[in-house]
Design a protein around this ligand. Structure first.
Ligand SMILES: [Zn+2]
Length: 272
């Protein structure tokens, strides 16, 4: 039997948090990640047999009862996770009443899950309704996308069209576009619920003047999704740096051709 500390799950969360930090998306204690695991996934590990602590969730997560989450700790730095995963990560199992989570591994020095854990769980609940394979929720602070929330109207259609037109890759990677919630106070159940509602239609939700929530089936896919959105926003920033005069761009017709060619369906509310 292997130890969960040596699992591919811990290793991959370490890799992704480090990569996200190196992108500049997780200054200080910014950012948090959760990876959903099933009873099957964790059955091979010998060191998950007793409950270390029970945590209060502060909302009803009964839709996820019995599911396991490997989640970053509150107040901890993405920069450090790779060096001390047993302190900065925890594996919890949602209790049958949905009000608590049993800690089975990690948070060795008394840490707690990210203050955004309720927001993560609400998003997991919503994404599971759309696609049972969705396992990851990731929050971080991509610089150029945040900048865009100051200079552009906070309108899902116009932001999605803008990002689609910044590079041919965008429409292929996020054909549904991106969702936008109003500016709200982080760490509250209100922003969690607003984000989860958007997660029904979008895998990327912008938190204006703050960051982004992304979701996907794997950590690599989710990271790549946020990376692609941020790359588009970076090109937009660079256009501004080159004087901001757009002389030619991808047209709506060319977006339609792109969707056809890559067999994706562009969000019909954004591109008819
Ligand atoms: Zn944040």
């Amino acid at each position: 039997m292997t130890s969960f500390s040596d699992s591919k799950y811990v290793q991959k969360v370490c890799e992704i948090t480090q990569a996200s930090y190196q992108e500049g998306w997780d200054e200080r204690n910014g950012g948090n990640v959760s990876l959903r695991l099933t009873a099957d996934d964790v059955s091979e590990f010998s060191d998950l047999n007793h409950v270390k602590r029970t945590l209060d969730l502060g909302f009803d997560a009964s839709a996820l009862a019995g599911e396991y989450f490997l989640v970053t700790a509150t107040g901890r730095y993405f920069r450090n996770v790779i060096h001390q995963p047993n302190l900065d990560l925890g594996l919890v199992r949602i209790t049958s009443d949905g009000q608590h989570a049993d800690l089975l591994w990690g948070y060795d020095d008394g840490a707690q899950p990210t203050s955004e854990f309720p927001s993560h769980l609400m998003s997991h609940i919503e994404r599971l309704k759309v696609d049972a394979n969705q396992r990851v929720v990731m929050h971080c602070h991509p610089t150029n996308l945040i900048a865009l929330s100051f200079t552009h109207e906070l309108n899902e259609k116009s932001i999605s069209l803008l990002l689609w037109k910044m590079q041919a890759e965008s429409l292929v990677v996020f054909p549904e576009g991106i969702g936008v919630v109003p500016y709200m106070t982080p760490g509250t159940n209100e922003i969690g619920q607003a984000t989860a509602t958007k997660m029904h239609d979008f895998r990327v939700v912008m938190w204006p003047h703050h960051g982004v929530f992304g979701t996907g089936t794997t950590l690599d896919e989710t990271f790549g999704l946020i990376e692609t959105v941020e790359k588009a926003a970076t090109i937009y920033s660079q256009i501004g740096a080159q004087g901001g005069q757009i002389k030619q761009s991808i047209t709506d017709d060319q977006l339609r051709d792109l969707a056809k060619s890559f067999q994706v369906t562009a969000n019909p509310h954004f591109l008819s």
